[in-house]
Design a protein around this ligand. Structure first.
Ligand SMILES: Nc1ncnc2c1ncn2[C@@H]1O[C@H](COP(=O)(O)OP(=O)(O)O)[C@@H](O)[C@H]1O
Ligand SMILES: [Mg+2]
Length: 256
């Protein structure tokens, strides 16, 4: 079955009768951002002699969903880190661009899913404590509910953070985003350690998300089904294509 059909099947609700445990992903926003989500002005980044991001300028409106393509080492993560450096809600990972600015709009709050989320999860505590530390105001029931949504049931919420699989790290990280309720999602290869059920749930959630999305992934189905605009990164360039993945592929084949 194609992934598209699978997602339609998920949406149709006929899975409710089946008893396989599936994660439930939904990204709600605390409040929407202003209409102008982001202005990028001449943003540039090089490592040594190698240009990774050229002076890049773009304007992003609330609700746009940008799929970011490019081979390994092309500069996708560098582009994302350049965008969110110092941005509201993205944490304070130090990162210096060479030139230019990324100006985030009114009331923007960024939910960042880094390529290596494990590095962002402190060891020596339980899953539950890590999540609670992010939002000490959240009640036990709420935290348990969110963890349950991501299939951490009963005593699993007391697993030590040191012993998590890649998939568990990703699922736990999503729980933190559920608490944060950002209106801009910046996701760097979120599906790398997810199983098919979780990927489908993520696909559905990203389609439904009402805020602005920046999504790096090698999963072309996911890009095709979510993206309204494509950034193709590579060779020291960022191509800004106004259209979805299918249109972009057509455009590429025209150029051959
Ligand atoms: N901290 C760094 N120091 C030096 N070079 C780096 C650093 N981070 C990334 N690079 C280089 O920048 C290029 C782009 O990397 P990256 O943005 O991680 O690519 P992608 O996310 O598309 O795989 C690569 O050639 C990589 O080796
Ligand atoms: Mg990367």
């Amino acid at each position: 079955m194609s992934r598209k059909k699978e997602v339609e099947r998920l949406q149709s609700g006929d899975l409710a009768r089946s008893n396989i445990a599936r994660p439930f992903i939904r990204f709600e926003m605390k409040r929407p951002s202003g209409k102008h989500a982001l202005e990028i002005k001449g943003l540039a980044k090089s490592y040594g002699e190698g240009t990774v991001i050229p002076p890049f300028t773009a304007s992003i409106t609330r609700g746009e969903k940008i799929g970011i393509l490019g081979r390994n080492g092309a500069g996708k993560t560098t582009l994302i880190r350049s965008l969110i450096a110092g941005g509201p809600g993205a944490g304070d990972e130090p990162f210096n661009v060479d030139a230019g600015v990324a100006e985030w709009g009114h009331e923007v709050n960024i939910g960042y899913f880094p390529q290596d989320p494990r590095a962002w999860i402190q060891t020596g505590m339980t899953i539950f404590d890590w999540l609670q530390a992010y939002d000490p105001q959240a009640g036990n029931e709420e935290l348990r509910g969110l963890l349950g949504q991501m299939l951490f049931a009963r005593d699993e919420v007391f697993k030590p953070t040191d012993a998590l699989s890649g998939g568990e790290v990703a699922r736990l990280y999503f729980c933190r985003l559920f608490l944060q309720k950002p209106n801009v999602l910046v996701f760097d290869e979120p599906t790398n350690h997810l199983d098919l059920e979780s990927i489908n749930a993520l696909n559905f959630a990203l389609q439904k998300f009402e805020g602005t999305l920046f999504l790096v992934t090698h999963d072309h189905d996911l890009i095709e089904e979510t993206a309204t605009r494509i950034w193709n990164v590579g060779g020291g360039q960022v191509e800004d294509f106004r259209g979805g993945y299918e249109e972009f592929q057509k455009e590429l084949s025209k150029r051959k």
